[in-house]
Design a protein around this ligand. Structure first.
Ligand code: HEC
Ligand code: HEC
Length: 79
């Protein structure tokens, strides 16, 4: 391997490590929304901030409650 190729790989690997460290939400795939998106589910944080129980299912607590526009990353499971 030439020096340029080695350098290229090192830079790529280091960059992805630092990105995943500083912005974990940008380097992972956001889980899809398994539930409906009607009126009952408009205020995401009402359930996902503390983990409210709905119909016997506990909403997973989000580790990033400060992020707005949840649906810009989380897409519905089915359209
Ligand atoms: C009325 C309460 C409630 C509201 C409001 C709500 N959710 Fe949920 N959410 C739940 C519950 C309960 C589950 C777990 C469902 C299951 O286990 O089948 C869930 C699951 C999820 C998951 C899957 C998480 C995982 O780890 O797989 C995502 C993503 C999600 N919701 C996003 C959203 C977004 C985005 C909104 C706003 C548009 C929202 N939710 C609004 C109750 C709610
Ligand atoms: C910039 C994109 C982005 C935005 C905006 C965003 N999320 Fe997420 N979310 C993610 C990613 C990526 C994961 C997976 C994280 C992981 O696996 O470490 C995730 C995971 C989750 C989970 C599963 C529990 C967890 O932390 O692993 C829930 C619930 C959730 N998000 C809810 C929300 C809610 C509610 C909002 C709005 C307040 C929101 N998300 C906004 C990208 C985003």
């Amino acid at each position: 391997m030439s020096k340029t190729v080695k350098l290229f790989f090192m830079v790529t690997i280091l960059t992805s490590f630092s990105v995943s460290f500083v912005y974990p939400e940008k380097s992972k795939v956001p889980p899809k929304i398994p539930h409906a998106q009607d009126d009952k589910y408009t205020n995401c944080l009402e359930c996902h901030e503390k983990g409210k129980e709905v119909d016997g299912k506990k909403a997973p607590v989000t580790r990033h409650p400060a992020m707005k526009k949840c649906s810009s990353c989380h897409k519905p499971l089915k359209n």
